[in-house]
Design a protein around this ligand. Structure first.
Ligand code: SF4
Length: 628
């Protein structure tokens, strides 16, 4: 087989042993790599109905088809487990050198089973697997852990995926980090901690063999050249944080825990402000000619020296959504999250949830007692120091931070029970995953796209905000087209997440980001790598299968139609300012759009998967288990 080794590495933490599973080419043609293959490995290896923190929940890595080749932005891998935040599939992507090392070690995927009795880290050195005590690594941050492992082995090329203190403390939205990039959102770091696994390090020394190196090289050079031109200029010069002003103008910038969609201090937390006052350099993932990561530093004041790569989703979560206009505090909050390995988005929304609880009297000053402030502190919106301190308390599961570290769903349920409160009205999560940086009350297709999302409230998987923002749909109303629009948008995103290719390359094939512009080139890249004969329709099916295996996983874990929902606030509390003022997504509108969506997917009206549909996709064994 070209492009793949045909081998999955299985590791058992209880028995401290490993074995190799060989997969047929047909399996690769169905699941390709990235989030699709990682989710399929979860499907095959998980104990159905298991506790996400129990031994039956495996950690599943799946490499990218283009990792280790010259294909630009193709150095990525997928990571999947049952999410402790949602109880459904937790699938994430991360870029950079770890995936290249794994490819060079000739592993298409790695499945880690069981639980270790003591903290350990694993070193995969080509075909050799070593289990090592992690005592010297405990308490270290994510970057420090990578450095320490390199130092122990005296090898600068050793690549590691690690968890930081937030993971060790089982913050429910802890990340896995490699090369400064995050496999984020669904709590992988906490799953690793439940297995007492601090890091996985890889050294790979083999080459990567592809079917048609000449074509692959020529295409890669051509795409690289285009990727350094105008189509990616916005990302190269400013990164995604330029979206702040745009979101504010269009009235969907999350503000004060999604109470409003416009922030009066948006200029002060914009990408443009960041660029002028804080940017020090840009960095790139492996195999990337774009380099979108804008590293920003605080030059003076109480957070002087803090440095982080600040992207839109992180920035809005810790600034406008907490009412914070102090960019220095925002940079510090992102730095805390990245260095201790926790999700900036879920952290920011958990902080904003706590601030609203404080302003509405559910939490009082004394609820915020901590080592730094023994008497507690005022946790009002806009208080940057409160935001920074709460980030630290979540990381350390200290005081109220221990509750917030459970995510907004559990935190809200706990407070409502213990204090006879109604915080569920401002608990901004979908299936337990905190909402992304788009207030969906005036983005109605997107609201439904989020509701049906298989990993919860995720803009990366849904992508239905794009037609709403671009004006292809009327974002303030619903109509019979929305099911089709949302279904195709999520399948489009799933193609990129499966290869995986960074979506910022999408216009660099022909200038057009749509399927007609990208799929023929992607088919050629796949064929040059593997020697297959993929065409437009085959590329389309990559996204359909990726989404279907995740949906099947959720059904097997007990998904019900009522799980496809949006937060109370978006259904009942209209914003009062900006172009989105006065809008909500009613229950009737949501149900209507869900039905359209299930139809567009070819599912039953209860959102279940018909047997024949699964058989037609080549997923006969899945049809046996969950098909109706
Ligand atoms: S564009 Fe940004 S996120 Fe995408 S691969 Fe490059 S550096 Fe990574």
């Amino acid at each position: 087989m070209y492009g793949y080794s045909g081998k999955i590495l299985h590791i058992d933490l209880n028995e401290r042993k490993h074995w190799v599973e060989e997969k047929p080419e047909k399996w690769y043609k169905l699941y390709i790599g990235g989030v699709s293959m990682a989710s399929r490995l979860c499907w095959e290896n998980i104990e159905v109905g298991c506790d996400p923190y129990g031994p039956g929940n495996p950690i599943c890595f799946a490499n990218g088809i283009f990792s280790g080749t010259p294909v630009p932005v193709g150095g990525k891998y997928g990571l999947a487990s049952k999410s402790p935040l949602t109880g459904f599939i937790g699938d994430s992507l991360s870029g950079s050198w770890f995936s290249v090392a794994l490819k060079r070690a000739r592993w298409d995927g790695v499945v880690i089973h069981g639980q270790s009795p003591n903290w350990i880290y694993i070193v995969i050195d080509d075909e050799r697997v070593e289990f090592l005590p992690a005592d010297k690594l405990l308490g270290l941050g994510t970057y420090e852990t990578e450095e320490k492992i390199r130092e122990i082995f005296g090898d600068d090329q050793l690549r590691s995926a690690t968890i930081g203190p937030a993971g060790e403390n089982m913050v429910r939205f802890a990340n896995v980090t490699n090369d400064g990039r995050q496999a984020g959102r669904t709590g992988h770091g906490a799953v690793w901690a439940s297995k007492k696994l601090k890091a996985v390090s890889v050294r790979g020394t083999y080459g990567v063999t592809v079917a048609d190196p000449e074509t692959l090289l020529k295409m890669s050079f051509d795409i690289t050249e285009v990727a350094q031109g105008p189509y990616t200029e916005k990302y190269r010069l400013y990164g995604t944080s330029t979206n702040v002003l745009n979101a504010n103008k269009h009235g969907f910038l999350p503000t004060r825990n999604f109470q409003e969609g416009t922030f009066e201090f948006a200029e002060l937390v914009s990408g443009e402000y960041l660029d002028e006052h804080h940017k020090v350099k840009v960095i790139a993932c492996a195999q990337c000619p774009i380099a979108c990561e804008q590293m920003s530093i605080v030059k003076y004041g109480p957070y002087a020296g803090s440095m982080s790569g600040v992207e839109y989703e992180s920035l809005q979560a810790v600034s406008s959504n907490c009412g914070i206009s102090d960019m220095a505090a925002a940079i510090r909050m992102v730095e805390i999250a990245d260095s201790c390995g926790m999700d900036t988005m879920s952290m920011g929304v958990s902080v904003s949830f706590a601030m609203e609880c404080y302003e509405k009297g559910v939490l009082a000053k004394e609820d915020f007692k901590c080592k730094k402030y023994p008497e507690g502190f005022e946790a009002n919106f806009g208080n940057g120091e409160a935001g920074v301190t709460l980030a630290e308390m979540i990381r350390d599961v200290e005081g109220i931070g221990a509750l917030l570290a459970e995510g907004t769903r559990i935190a809200s349920e706990t407070l409502d029970k213990e204090r006879n409160a109604e915080t569920y009205k401002w608990s901004m999560n979908i299936k337990g995953l905190e909402c992304p940086g788009y207030d969906a009350r005036s983005l109605k297709t997107f609201a439904m796209g989020l509701a049906v999302g298989v990993r919860g409230g995720c803009h990366n998987r849904s992508a239905a905000y794009d037609p709403d923002i671009q004006g292809e749909t009327n974002r303030f109303t619903v109509d019979e087209t929305r099911g089709e629009v949302a279904a195709r948008a999520e399948e489009y995103a799933a193609v990129y997440d499966t290869l995986p290719l960074c979506k910022f390359i999408r216009r660099c094939f022909t200038g057009k980001a749509d399927r007609a512009g990208a799929w023929p080139s992607i088919a050629k890249l796949i064929n040059a790598t593997t020697g297959w004969n993929y065409d437009y329709d085959d590329v389309e099916l990559i996204g359909v299968r990726a989404h279907t295996i995740k949906k099947a996983f959720n059904i097997r874990e007990g998904w019900q139609p009522k799980d496809d929902d949006i937060p109370y606030r978006w259904k009942h509390e209209p914003m009062t300012k900006g172009v989105g003022a006065g809008h909500v997504v009613t229950d009737e509108e949501l149900e209507y759009m869900k039905q359209l969506y299930y139809q567009a997917k070819g599912w039953t009206e209860d959102g279940m998967l018909p047997k024949q549909l699964l058989i037609d996709l080549g997923m006969e064994d899945v049809a046996e288990e969950v098909g109706v």
